[in-house]
Design a protein. Structure first.
Length: 364
């Protein structure tokens, strides 16, 4: 199945609607965006970035008020992308408003704006990457921007005629940027020059997963899963799965886990890391749009219908929970807690222990 290029305006409609009634399309797998820093989880929830203390499920306070950005709701600010945290206490936040194209640097301690970069002419969708005192921000018009810590542009490179939908990934030497054109680029972080590119035959919605051996694992909307060599882009293996892949895989030992969308339903796969061969698969009533969470020989995934499902490494059910709302954001492991963010539900954040007991809930 060949995909036509998906125009950015159409993807912005998907972003605005969240999930459609005809199959669960959405613009980025990080919806809402989640970033854990020690005991603080930053949640990009649409109207605000919330800072939640995961030890107690309470919002971090500045004086008597919640530490949020923006402090008060602003119709000109829409926040979905995961924030990027810097060593200097900044939080880089893309504004996903369709006509206000600001990339903000926020002081984490106060929530105040330090600077705003407004050089992009497209809507920011993906989160930024911070590497060696440089911010690499994928823009909505298909341009990757490199900024210094004061928001000044160092260089930029045009990678696509569509918006860049996925957060870049790095191995410390190269930056890997996927596009909706179905191409994965390896970029020199010093000057933006292209080291290699690989055509993957389908739009790419999520960043690749990088392992300790220098291999990249990435999926496409055509249902193809790839293992590539990070240094050269050479293909180690390719595996065709039933359905469309919207998220990044998870890796635990020699097993790679990925969920897919098959119409309105989902399927969850366990693949051999070395070859891509299917070890086992499991069907679900709801589509699987978020990346799974793999840890300690177990794997956990969520579905659009609100189910949290934990499995053993061989696919045996361990526990499950059903929440109100759509589950489209990757679960986060924080110590002995698993953090789940429902969309359009009663709560913004729900914490389970690793055995499935609910510990606390957070609602702003």
């Amino acid at each position: 199945m060949k995909f036509q290029r998906i125009a950015l305006p159409l993807m912005i409609v998907f972003l605005a609607l969240g999930l459609s009634a005809c199959g669960g399309f959405f613009a980025t797998q990080n919806f809402p965006g989640l970033v854990l820093d020690d005991d603080i989880l930053y949640i990009s929830s649409g109207s605000h970035v919330h800072a939640v203390d995961v030890t107690n499920g309470q919002e971090v306070l500045l004086g008597n008020a919640p530490l949020r950005f923006p402090k008060d709701s602003d119709n000109n600010i829409i926040l979905f992308a995961p924030v990027a945290l810097t060593d200097g206490g900044q939080m880089v936040v893309p504004n996903s408003h369709p006509s206000k194209h600001g990339l903000y640097s926020i002081e984490r301690a106060t929530g105040n704006v330090r600077w705003t970069f407004e050089g992009s002419k497209g809507t920011w969708i993906a989160g930024a990457l911070v590497l060696n005192n440089t911010i690499y921000a994928p823009g909505g018009e298909g341009i990757l921007y490199a900024l210094d810590m004061n928001g000044n542009e160092r260089w930029s490179v045009k990678l696509s005629s569509n918006g860049l939908m996925a957060q870049p990934v790095t191995n410390g030497e190269l930056i890997f940027v996927p596009t909706m054109d179905g191409i994965l680029f390896a970029i020199n972080p010093a000057n933006g020059s292209q080291i290699w590119q690989r055509e993957l035959n389908g739009p790419i919605m999520a960043p690749p997963l990088l392992d300790e051996d220098g291999n990249l694992y990435i999926g496409t909307l055509s249902g193809r899963m790839f293992s590539l060599q990070a240094a050269s882009g050479a293909v180690n293996w390719e595996q065709k799965l039933d359905g469309t892949i919207w998220s990044a895989p998870a890796l635990d030992g020699e097993t790679l886990y990925i969920g897919v969308m098959v119409g309105k339903e989902g399927r969850f796969y366990a693949l051999q890391r070395a070859t891509g061969a299917i070890r086992w698969q499991r069907s679900e009533e709801g589509s699987i749009l978020a990346s799974p969470l793999a840890f300690d020989g177990k794997v956990l995934f969520v579905t659009e219908l609100g189910r949290v499902q934990a499995l053993s490494g061989d696919g045996a059910p361990l526990w499950q929970a059903d929440l109100k709302g759509k589950l489209v954001s990757v679960p986060v492991l924080a110590g002995d807690l698993i953090l789940i963010v429902p969309m359009q539900g009663d709560d913004l954040l729900v914490a389970f222990d690793v055995n499935g007991a609910q510990r606390w809930k957070f609602k702003p």
